[in-house]
Design a binder for this molecule. Structure first.
Ligand code: AMP
Length: 425
């Protein structure tokens, strides 16, 4: 008898790895609760039409990736119902919002979820057929401020905080506006027009997309087609005044709270329901599947599935990819020294050696810089070799209060010399 294995694209999560999953989920719960989000748990399967209407018939997800089956009718006189394993959770959350009349509270609903999603995609590293998402939605009546650009910025700032608290370094935020429900059709028409004379020069996938969903051509990774894509019209030129003002206000709020971003005019994302702000956080360490999370505003989604007007904004993070990123960082950290000591001038070299001796005697692994190095060079070398850098200037030597920066979290703190001996155990 052949041995049975987990189905292709699914996998078992075993200890000790599950500890890391629990840590990620606990961090999400802790951070999200500070922003006043509460947890929602929706069913893992829903009526197929929820996704057809909520995600969009033309999307890859609905057109080819869903696990759908006809549920046997019981009693037999009833019609069989088409059910689908959820490929994403936003449609389910908005369905619940409508079903439980959460809008009647007159308040913004801030809901987060953690759970498995299912898509029939080609399995590879970072892409599975059952994968986990951690996501959140802010949704409510307009009178509760659900359309405010401040909501977009708050969600983005929360994500930056979450990734920082998890210790994920080197993330990158791309942001764009795809305009309102009236801007988008005008842009799509212009795209179709611009694509018509050139589409036969593009790869097969893009030729098909140019017909079915021209927005998708923009996120094509096909090298050869980039030159054509670069020259296509940009959505920014099709935004109406309201959409422009909304986008400018989101960016101004991000600037004000110091969240770094990059405006990417080609970021349109795959789901139909997005309006105005769309965003994606990527991480270079993930290879081809480099998107850590994606999200955006969906002002018309509630109405698309039969509910009241209820603008909203949300995101979904790939938990599997968060874990991969953390594991890679842990592996890298395993080869690192505990401290890199950076004397700020040659005068501090003897004190640096003395400090290194003390730390090494306490069992810590220490690398020593040199007072002739410029600060920038010390940081560069320190970042490659050690988890933390200790800055040792004249003041630090005199006072015994040292400046320590943790490369994983970017936290810079003042630490008493004696404390340092025990701090990294
Ligand atoms: P989406 O719902 O397509 O916007 O995806 C949001 C996030 O979920 C992505 O940025 C990925 O991190 C993650 N994700 C999507 N599809 C998969 C998959 N098949 N396997 C693992 N993670 C995924």
């Amino acid at each position: 008898m052949s041995t049975l294995k987990a189905v292709r694209g699914t996998r078992d999560l075993l200890p000790p790895e599950t500890e890391l999953w629990n840590h990620v989920e606990a961090t999400a719960r802790r951070v999200f609760s500070r922003y006043n989000f509460g947890e929602i748990r929706t069913p893992i399967f829903e009526d197929t039409s929820l996704f057809a209407r909520g995600v969009g018939e033309e999307t890859d997800i609905v057109s080819k990736e869903m696990y759908t089956w006809e549920d046997r009718a019981r009693p037999q006189s009833e019609k069989a119902q088409s059910l689908t394993l959820r490929p994403e959770n936003t449609a389910g959350v908005v369905r619940a919002y409508i079903e439980h009349k959460l809008g009647d509270t007159g308040l913004l609903q801030k809901l987060f979820y953690i759970g498995p999603q299912f898509r029939r995609e080609r399995p590879q590293k970072g892409r599975y057929r059952q994968f986990w998402q951690i996501g959140a939605e802010v949704i409510g009546p307009i009178s509760a401020g659900s359309e405010s650009p401040l909501r977009d910025a708050e969600v983005l700032e929360m994500l930056a905080t979450f990734l920082d608290e998890l210790g994920i370094q080197g993330w990158h935020l791309d942001i764009n506006s795809v305009g309102s429900a009236t801007d988008r059709p005008r842009y799509v028409a212009a795209l179709r027009e611009a694509l018509a004379p050139v589409k036969h020069l593009m790869c097969e996938d893009n030729q098909r997309r140019a017909e079915t969903n021209p927005l998708r051509v923009l996120d094509s990774k096909d090298e050869k087609d980039q030159e054509i894509i670069e020259k296509l019209p940009k959505i920014a030129d099709f935004l109406d005044d309201d959409s422009k003002a909304h986008f400018a206000a989101v960016l101004a709020a991000l600037d004000a709270c110091g969240v770094p971003y990059h405006v990417n005019p080609r970021l349109v994302r795959g789901l139909d329901y997005y309006t105005r702000t769309t965003f994606e956080f990527t991480h270079g360490g993930l290879g081809a599947q480099n998107a850590l999370l994606g999200g955006g505003r969906y002002d018309g989604l509630s109405e698309a599935i039969g509910g009241p007007k209820a603008p909203g904004i949300g995101f979904a993070m790939g938990e599997d990819r968060l874990i991969l990123t953390l594991q890679a960082a842990q592996e890298q950290a395993a080869g690192l020294a505990d401290f890199f000591i950076a004397p700020l001038s040659p005068d501090q070299n003897p004190a640096a050696l003395e400090l290194a001796r003390e730390l090494r005697r306490a069992g810590l692994r220490v690398e020593l810089g040199d007072g002739s190095f410029r600060m920038k060079k010390s940081f560069e070398i320190g970042n490659k070799l050690a988890k933390k850098i200790v800055l040792l200037g004249e003041d630090e030597v005199k006072s015994g209060i040292l400046t320590v920066k943790d490369f994983a979290t970017s936290d810079q703190t003042k630490v008493a010399r004696e404390q340092l001996l025990t701090s990294s155990h």
